[in-house]
Design a protein around this ligand. Structure first.
Ligand code: CP
Length: 339
């Protein structure tokens, strides 16, 4: 592959890439899906290594990045920050500047996941990733942090293009809060709001009072929608928003009070969230949609965020979207790291 215009770029949120760059990535991912093991792509990262820092657990992200690196002829290395003597807010160790500079001499890119209980306040994960990006000469890719999950957003969009057509303009997506036992970060839903609004969709959000999303992300989403002549709406009504939607993205996220006193209060979050038993995506609510598809970044909290009937039903596209993680990450690595 020839060096792309995205060579050397970080991916912290798709909001920081142009619409053309997002489409370029989606088109390459679609081509890579069609020609999965073609020699055209099997040497793109020949002999190169991609480092992955996982502060938090993962199934899809770790597996799909490792497979992506292998299919491009390179290698993905799983690294646990706790084994690396890195400096943190509470312990002495190597600075981000030194670690980032050294790693750039070994690898072609660095992915980082940091969220939920691994930070003391909302925004700290984003700040850490941006500090790595400041010092590193190789691309930094968010593999999900407290604010954004760009690879998930690209995989979602690839799924919507497959099921609704490549032009998503005028289609409507509802992001519905789901009650649940996981106290999840805002990253997936915020990334979805941003990329869907960039691609011309009407964006709706429904959540109980106390579960507002990041005001800055809401502001950007509103502007993205208005730039495309589309609508953005937020409601605290559990059913409002389903009416006429083409995609329902049902997902739990933590409340506005999840972080206090310098830590994440997961037990409090779960206890509070489980009381909102009406906040579940079920067949009755899906009947209000325009024959809508069910979307979720996974892992799904079945019985809380969504019923089994919907999650395993004919209109569920969650497995397609999980597969897309592989294709979009191959495209991101090829475009930003192959030179
Ligand atoms: N959607 C997603 O990021 O899945 P994992 O947490 O399993 O990586």
């Amino acid at each position: 592959m020839a060096k792309s215009n995205l060579y050397g770029r970080d991916l912290i949120t798709t909001q920081e890439w142009s619409k053309e760059e997002i489409i370029q990535t989606l088109e390459l991912a679609e081509e890579m899906q069609k020609k999965r093991f073609s020699p055209e792509f099997s040497n793109v990262l020949n002999n190169r290594s991609f480092f992955m820092f996982f502060y938090n657990p993962s199934v899809r992200t770790r597996q799909s990045f490792e497979v992506a690196a292998t299919e491009l002829g390179g290698h993905g290395l799983f690294l646990e920050p706790k084994t690396m003597r890195l400096k943190t807010a509470t312990s002495a160790g190597e600075t981000v500047e030194d670690a980032a500079n050294v790693m750039a001499r070994y690898a072609c890119g660095l992915g980082i996941r940091i969220l939920e209980d691994k930070i003391a306040d909302y925004g700290e994960g984003d700040a850490l990733i941006r500090e790595y990006a400041k010092y590193s000469e190789i691309p930094i890719v968010s593999m999900a942090h407290d604010k954004f999950h760009p690879c998930q957003g690209l995989a979602d969009a690839m799924g919507y293009r497959k099921h609704l057509g490549k032009d998503l303009k005028g289609k409507t997506i509802l992001h519905a809060w789901g009650h649940g036992a996981l106290g999840r970060s805002h990253c997936s839903v915020q990334e979805s709001m941003l990329i869907c609004s960039r691609l011309g969709m009407n964006v709706r959000v429904a959540h109980p009072k106390g579960y507002s999303l990041d005001p800055e992300v809401v502001k950007w989403t509103k502007k993205n929608c208005s730039d495309n002549g589309m609508e953005f709406a937020v409601t605290n009504d559990v059913e409002e928003g389903y009416e006429g939607a083409e995609i329902v993205y049902s997902r739990n996220w933590m409340s506005e009070k999840a972080y206090h006193g310098g830590e994440f209060h997961k037990a409090e979050e779960v206890e509070k969230a489980l009381k909102f038993t009406d906040w579940i995506c079920d067949e009755k609510k899906m009947k209000l949609t325009n024959n809508g598809f069910f979307s979720h970044p996974m892992p799904v909290d079945r019985g809380h965020e969504v019923t089994d009937e919907v999650a395993s039903g004919k209109r569920s596209i969650i497995i397609d979207i999980a597969e897309n993680r592989l294709h979009v990450q191959k495209a991101v690595m090829a475009l930003t790291m192959a030179g």
